[in-house]
Design a protein. Structure first.
Length: 519
C-alpha cells in the first residue's frame, strides 16, 4: 500500500499528481477484497489513497475542508493548529456485484482491538445477491467499527471500519466519528399496531314513561244501583274506583261489568345507565400475538423485484413433455458403481444438466438473451441451477456444461450447492448464466411452471419420476416405464413456439437415449 506524506504551508499552491491505475474490487477473484483508503497525517494536510488509484487531497483546517480536484490548485492562508491522527486505513464498502447499490452488515467477525492478519475475514456483507465474506489484505489492528452489525442499506463507499498498524494507536480512535457517517443500529422490529380504541358507548336509551298511576278512589258517598252493588261485592270491586255513567255519576251494572281494575305501578327505581353495547370488532383488526413480522433481507427484496419484473415484462409461454427415464436410471446405476472408488455419486439432475446444455447447442435460440436492442446468442452454455437457501433462492452456475463430463458436473453442483447454503458463494459463481434449471422432483412435485430468470430466454422446470403404464406391442399389451414431466418456460420475444418445441424434442431424445450424450 502506497504511503504518501504531504506537508502544506499557508499560501502554497498544490497541484494534483497523475492518476495511478489499480485493480477494482470486481476484477478480483476469491473473497471480496477490502476497499481501503490510507490516511497519513503530518502537519496540516492529509492524503487519502483509494484502491482504484484516485487521489483526494483534503486540507484539514479547524473550521473547513478544502478538496482539490484534478487540474485545480488551492491557496490556503491559515495558521491555526490542525488536528492529527496516527496513520490508519479506512475500509470502505465496495460494489460486490454489478447491481449492488446498498449492503447490509450481516456480522462482524472481528471486534475492536483485535489483531488482523492478511486474508482474515473481518465481516460478512449481505448484498442483493448473497451474503459474502469480506476480508482485508493488510495486517494491523481493528481500531474502530464505524457501522454497527445489522445495519441495513449501507451505501457504497461508506467507511466501515478503521485499521491501524500499531496496537498503541487504537486508543486514538476511541471517540472518532467520520463526518457525515452515523453508525445506526439495526432497525427494531416493527411494533405491533395497538388494537383500535373501542367505540364510545352510545347514550343510554331513555326508559319508557311509567304508566299513569290509577285514579285515587273517590271519597265520600258513592251512588250505585242495588244490582251494581251486588255485582261489585261478588267481584270484589271497590265501587270508589268505578266511574259511574248513570245519572249524577251513579254506578250502574254496565259500569261494573266493563270495569277493569288498573295495574299497580312498580316502585320507582333509581335510574341506572344502561350497559353500553359491545363494540363491534374493527374490520381487519388482528389480535396481538397471532403473527410475526419478518424483516425483508436484501436478497429477498431483490428476488421479489426481479420476479415481478420478469412476470410483468417478459411474455411467458409454457411447453410440457413427458420423458421416459428408464435408460437414464440404468446408466446412472452402472456409472455410480464405477465411480464408487472416486467418492462421486451421479444424480438424475446431473444428466438433466448435461442434456439441457447439449440441447442448447442444437437449438441455440434457447441459449439466448434479450438485450433490448439485440438478441444475444451465446456460444457457450452456462447452466444456472436453482438452489433453495435459508435466505432465498440463488442460482449458482455450472460453467461450460456442454463440454464437461457427468462426473465434473456432479462435483460442481455439489460444491456450489453447499457453498450456497452456507452463504459462501462468490459473485462470479452466481452472476450470469445462459440457461436455468429448477428441479422440484425430489419433493414429489409432478410438474410446475417456473419464472424466467432475466435476461435469459428459457428456464426448465423439472418434476419427479413416476411409474406409468404405457401401451406396448407385447403379450400384456402394456409396459411399465419411469416417466418424468418437464415444462419449458420461454420468452416469446426470443424463442418462438416451434423453436421451444424443437428444444424439448432434442432434450427428450438425449435423455431417452443417454448414450448419445457421449457422441
Amino acid at each position: 500500500m502506497l504511503r504518501l506524506v504531504l506537508r502544506v504551508r499557508p499560501s502554497v499552491s498544490l497541484a494534483r499528481p497523475s492518476v495511478l491505475s489499480g485493480p477494482t474490487a470486481s476484477s478480483r477473484s476469491g473473497p471480496a477484497r477490502s476497499h481501503l483508503k490510507r490516511n497519513h497525517y503530518s502537519g496540516p494536510a492529509r492524503i487519502r489513497t483509494a484502491s482504484n488509484g484516485r487521489y483526494f487531497y483534503n486540507s484539514i483546517l479547524s473550521n473547513r475542508t478544502c478538496v482539490l480536484q484534478q487540474n485545480q490548485t488551492a491557496s490556503i492562508s491559515s495558521s491555526k493548529r490542525l488536528y492529527s491522527l496516527p496513520p490508519h486505513q479506512k475500509v470502505e464498502l465496495p460494489a460486490l456485484s454489478p447491481t449492488m447499490q446498498l449492503g447490509t452488515i450481516a456480522r462482524w467477525e472481528k471486534k475492536e482491538g483485535d489483531k488482523i492478519n492478511e486474508g482474515d475475514l473481518i465481516a460478512e456483507i449481505e448484498t442483493d445477491k448473497a451474503t459474502i465474506g469480506f476480508e482485508v489484505q493488510e495486517e494491523g489492528y481493528l481500531a474502530k467499527i464505524m457501522i454497527a452489525e445489522g445495519t441495513r442499506d449501507v451505501p457504497l463507499g461508506t467507511p466501515l471500519c478503521i485499521i491501524v498498524e500499531k496496537e498503541e494507536d487504537i486508543k486514538a480512535f476511541a471517540d472518532y466519528v467520520e463526518t457525515g457517517v452515523v453508525s445506526t443500529p439495526p432497525p427494531a422490529p416493527t411494533p405491533v399496531a395497538p388494537p383500535p380504541p373501542a367505540a364510545a358507548p352510545a347514550a343510554p336509551t331513555p326508559a319508557p314513561a311509567a304508566p299513569a298511576a290509577p285514579a285515587a278512589p273517590r271519597k265520600g258517598r258513592v251512588f250505585a244501583s242495588p244490582l251494581a252493588k251486588k255485582l261489585a261485592a261478588e267481584k270484589g270491586i271497590d265501587l270508589g274506583q268505578v266511574t259511574g255513567t248513570g245519572p249524577d255519576g251513579r254506578v250502574t251494572r254496565k259500569d261494573i261489568e266493563s270495569f277493569v281494575p288498573p295495574k299497580a305501578a312498580p316502585p320507582a327505581a333509581a335510574p341506572t345507565p344502561s350497559a353500553p353495547p359491545a363494540a363491534a370488532p374493527a374490520v381487519g383488526a388482528v389480535p396481538t400475538g397471532t403473527f410475526t413480522d419478518i424483516p425483508i433481507s436484501n436478497i429477498r427484496r431483490v428476488i421479489a423485484q426481479r420476479l415481478m419484473q420478469s412476470k410483468q415484462t417478459i411474455p411467458h409461454y409454457y411447453l410440457s413433455v413427458d420423458v421416459k427415464m428408464d435408460q437414464v436410471l440404468e446408466l446412472r446405476r452402472e456409472l455410480n458403481e464405477e465411480l464408487k472408488s472416486k467418492n462421486i455419486k451421479l444424480s438424475v439432475n446431473d444428466f438433466i444438466i448435461k442434456a439441457s446444455a447439449l440441447a442448447c447447442l442444437e437449438v441455440p435460440e434457447a441459449n439466448s438473451s434479450w438485450m433490448d436492442t439485440v438478441i444475444r446468442q451465446n456460444h457457450v452454455v452456462d447452466v444456472s441451477v436453482a438452489v433453495s437457501t435459508a435466505n432465498g433462492l440463488i442460482t449458482p452456475i455450472v460453467f461450460n456444461a456442454h463440454i464437461k463430463g457427468l462426473a465434473a458436473i456432479s462435483t460442481d453442483v455439489a460444491t456450489l450447492a453447499a457453498k450456497a447454503r452456507e452463504g459462501k458463494l462468490q459473485p462470479h459463481e452466481f452472476q450470469g448464466g445462459t440457461f436455468t434449471i429448477s428441479n422440484l422432483g425430489m419433493f414429489g412435485i409432478k410438474n410446475f411452471s417456473a419464472i424466467i430468470n432475466p435476461p435469459q430466454a428459457c428456464i426448465l422446470a423439472v418434476g419427479g419420476s413416476e411409474k406409468r403404464l404405457l401401451p406396448a406391442d407385447n403379450e400384456k399389451g402394456f409396459d411399465v416405464a419411469n416417466m418424468m414431466s418437464v415444462t419449458l418456460s420461454c420468452d416469446h420475444r426470443v424463442v418462438d413456439g416451434a423453436v421451444g418445441a424443437q428444444w424439448l424434442a432434442q432434450f427428450r431424445r438425449l435423455l431417452e437415449k443417454p448414450v448419445t450424450m457421449l457422441l
